[in-house]
Design a protein around this ligand. Sequence first.
Ligand code: UDX
Length: 449
Amino acid sequence: MNARVAVVGSGYVGTVVAACLASIGREVVGVEADEAKLAQLSAGESPFFEPGLDQLLAAAHQSGRLRFTRDIADAVDSSEVVFLCVGTPPGANGHADMSAVRSAAASIGRALRTPHVLVTKSTVPIGSGHWLASVVEAAYDGPQPIDELLAIASCPEFLREGNAIEDFLHPDRIVVGSDTPAAIDKVFAVYRPIIEQDFDGGDPDRCPAAVRTTLLTAETVKYASNAFLATKISFANEIAQICELVGADASDVMATIGLDSRIGPRFLDAGVGWGGSCFGKDLLELISTAHDFDHVPTLLQAVVDVNNYQRRSVIERLHRHLKTLAGKRICLLGLAFKPGTDDLRDAPAVAIAAALLAAGAVVTAHDPMILSVRDLPELQIEVDPLAAAKRADAVVLLTEWPAYLALAPEALAFAMRGRLIIDGRNALDGDDYRRSGFTYEGIGRAVSR
Ligand code: UDX
């Protein structure tokens, strides 16, 4: 059976899901309300930057297996499985804002005439699946009993920005939760080529685990995964703080504990902390869920607190070296929340730039993918790193773009008026910088390696 698929919402996750499912042979219709984005997608172009996505969209467009529409009813008519990929940004009360999900679910309810599995892919608060069923049901006005037409499933998405296509096509696991076993089978049928790695470019030695579970468990898995990854990073950052106090080297400590297979080497890089569209939002949601049940999630709150401290500590370091910051020229290298993306959501660099500007510093910046930051008009963004570093009192590395690792310390020294470099990602060779007369400070790094 080649189930026809609809993907509602063509944001980051939705576009990747739609293009990847078309690439493994599914017939896909994507929904996008914004006219300009719809025009781009319909021409086979990606409205945002993600390596490989443009090619995948163009190929899917040419194959005729992927089309886009602004009409949810059209998408529902043309499918049996609907993936819900609309945005769930942080809301005012700590919980995610579900208005886009609600409105998409109501439109689906109004259009429902044949059996469908409605699958949440957006990260939705635990319990949303059951709530979603009630929203669809309230909007439904057809003759058949709704129970014969609607099953809800959760299939959380674990893709990382910058690696989204690889993560989607070669995942470690595919999790599908539903209280209707036949719905799980239908979703697994859509994913069959990925589960068996039976597609052009599939790797039969890397078949993902296919996990069947309940709706509530699948919804919780997504939050638990992101909370655990964020916890690893905050753990590394807390150890880095202690390393600095005692004179140990956090990079070496983390690399060494990571050799224990129970710990593993990944997501232990200390630095200015995590950002992006998922970790902060999902931790906030999980913490709010615990509070709803009168439980205080002490560890999760500490994970957030440590992360906030990592950002503040950059300002503290600059204060320690430069004393007053008013009028000082600070150059930020990297603005995106990680390399390989132009995404500024919850980026440590944006929070740090805002704090420096508030302290009266002149803040310049460079990022290979970013030319302006809407909320920070005073931030002076230059088109090359040395121009941003011109006459700077200090340079702070905030995103470990490869171009910054290749910078010659002497060239930076020539451009700057000060000799301070804060390596917020522990990505540079500190000794190299020291040899060129810099005061180099990493995060939890011993004075000399
Ligand atoms: C994350 C999850 O990895 C992904 O599974 C989920 O679907 C969405 O959220 P993403 O936000 O794209 O993906 O970025 P990721 O590569 O996980 O990095 C998140 C942040 O952690 C970045 O700011 C990165 O710089 C930081 N990080 C990562 C560290 O500070 N140290 C590390 O060791 C690893």
